[in-house]
Ligand binder design. Structure first.
Ligand code: UD1
Ligand code: CA
Length: 514
């Protein structure tokens, strides 16, 4: 916390008593998101790049909203439509206002463009849409320090391992003197690892008087927001800096920065879950998106990716080696070495190893999708099992049914998809082809290897295969025949067998490709 030391000039502060409670000063927030983000080398606006399941801008807006501003303005220009569409898809309780900066001429210019949209707030909070590690807590702490110290401006600073490209913090002792952008810095200043985040709190009237005085006399020919600090300081105003630990990196100016920020946010998310009673066998290989909810005593095994709006129930075991996207994993369920998207896995259900559950899959309580099983847009009833090597699509399976190994619901006729309905307590024999549309009645059976094209009534057995033929003494005759062929083959000119073999393999390929 900066000392509210003797340095600051009492007279300029005005009528604000030191004990002013936080809530008595109103706040407007500005989020900067108009830049092109050249360094990202991307067709997508920089602030929309994903960090742990949400765009960078989303994280920043959450942080801003944590301070309960009466007005939230987002400054946009490049990729404006994309950004506005993304923001409106988040369903925020209070919709932000957008201001188009026009050609972005710098962060100072961006804030100036937003001024008229800020209403009558006493304080102005500025955040950059590309600094996703800033939290609501940081913002609240910043405002507390800002108001207590009665500074004209207060900024968040942090120490990074690679300060290249950022604004370096110039101090005289502990006192903040100003910010020097990397491009304008001397070699000595460039080595300063304390850098400025673009999280600023301003007293509104001070910001308003200083902004028009910001010039663009610098290497980038831009209006720098940090220059406001020097202007205020020269006027004798107090400016203060609050250092916070972001773990050695900050924003996402480049893909490298994106990876760095993602790593830190990921660690924070995992630690939050651990604090809530979730076991992570190896936190370093757990990738959990920011919106994921995980119940107590769940165990996340190594190399597991849990994404989107996934919910994991209490005591469930997820992983190792799994990816779960926008799905629900019920209490005590287990998923190993599998990919699950848009699915609902019931309590105590088992998935994998090596299962693929595609969108629209529902496994009821204690159901099973075993090894090398793919299920899509289907419901598997209570205690029903699809244990091995099967494809189930557009299907409803009742309860207590067993689907034998290598069963396929033949749901696609080349033009349209068709449904399969399988009742309760059914036994589907191994390697059954269920050619949809088809219905298998309750307690029905199918014989292994059958191609079922007609409905099977309840309690019946359907077998579709030719009767087995037994040719006795076959092996002996075959071997004798082979011996004769080999003896003959040794005699004729070499290569005479070759073209025939090639033609045969060609014919086979032709059929397979059809
Ligand atoms: C800025 C700061 C730097 C700080 C760093 C922290 C300035 C001049 N520099 O540098 O001191 O260390 O952030 O991350 O402020 N933007 C606009 N309009 C513009 C220019 C930028 O809206 O005209 C937006 C960008 O979209 C971006 C944010 O402001 O979201 C920051 O701009 P960027 O160009 O990334 O600034 P930095 O070089 O990171
Ligand atoms: Ca930046």
């Amino acid at each position: 916390m900066p000392p509210a030391g003797p340095g600051w000039p009492d007279g300029i502060i005005g009528p604000v008593p030191p004990s002013t409670p936080r809530s008595s000063r109103s706040l407007a927030a500005v989020v900067l998101a108009a830049g092109r983000g050249k360094r990202m080398k991307s067709s997508r606006p920089k602030v929309l790049h994903d960090v742990c399941g949400r765009p960078s801008l989303w994280h920043v807006v959450q942080a801003a909203q944590g301070a309960k501003p009466s007005e939230l303005v987002i400054v946009v220009h490049h990729g404006r439509e994309e950004i506005e569409a993304a923001v409106s898809s988040w369903g925020l309780a209070s919709a932000p206002r957008f201001v188009d900066q026009g050609e972005p001429l710098g962060t100072g210019h961006a804030v100036r463009t937003a001024e008229s949209a800020l209403g009558v707030a006493d304080d102005v909070l500025v955040l950059a849409g590309d600094d996703p590690l800033v939290t609501a807590e940081h913002v609240r702490d910043l405002l507390r320090v800002h108001r207590r110290s009665r500074a004209a401006a207060t900024i968040l600073t942090t120490t990074v391992t690679d300060p290249g490209g950022y604004g370096h913090v110039i101090r005289d002792g502990t006192e903040l003197i100003g910010i020097v952008e990397d491009t304008d810095a001397t070699p000595g200043e460039r080595r300063i690892t304390e850098i400025s985040t673009l999280v600023y709190a301003f007293r509104r009237e001070d910001l308003a008087t200083a902004l028009p005085l910001v010039g663009r006399d610098n290497r980038q020919r831009e209006y720098y927001l940090p220059d406001v600090l020097t202007i205020l300081r020269d006027k004798g105003e107090r400016i203060s800096a609050m250092p916070v630990d972001f773990g050695g990196t900050l924003g996402l100016n480049s893909r490298r920065g994106l990876a760095g920020a993602t790593k830190i946010l990921r660690r924070r998310i995992v630690e939050r879950h651990m604090a809530n009673g979730v076991t992570f066998v190896d936190p370093d290989t757990a990738y959990v998106d920011v919106d994921v909810r995980i119940g107590q005593d769940a165990v996340i095994q190594p190399f597991t990716v849990i994404q989107g709006g996934t919910r994991v129930g209490q005591r469930a075991v997820v992983g190792p080696g799994s990816r779960i996207v926008d799905s629900t994993v019920g209490e005590d369920a287990e998923v190993a070495f599998s990919v699950v998207r848009g699915s609902r896995i019931g309590p105590r259900a088992l998935v994998g190893p090596y299962a693929s559950l595609r969108p629209g899959t529902v496994l009821d309580e204690e159901a099973k999708a075993g090894s090398f099983v793919e299920i899509k847009a289907s419901r598997v009833g209570r205690r029903s099992k699809v244990p091995h090597l099967s494809y189930v699509g557009d299907t409803v399976i009742g309860k207590d049914t067993n689907v034998g190994a290598a069963t396929v619901t033949v749901n696609y006729d080349g033009f349209r998809k068709h449904r399969t309905v399988i009742g309760d307590e059914v036994h589907i024999g191994s390697d059954t082809m269920l050619v949809a549309p088809v219905r298998i009645g309750r307690r029905a059976w199918t014989g292994a290897g059958s191609v079922i094209t007609k409905d099977v009534p309840a309690g019946a057995l359907a077998v579709e295969r030719t009767e087995q033929r037994v040719v006795r003494g076959y092996d002996e005759r075959k071997r004798a025949g082979q011996g004769a062929t080999k003896a003959k083959a040794r005699k004729p000119a070499a290569g005479s067998k070759e073209p025939a073999a090639r033609a045969k393999s060609k014919a086979r390929k032709g059929r397979a490709g059809g």
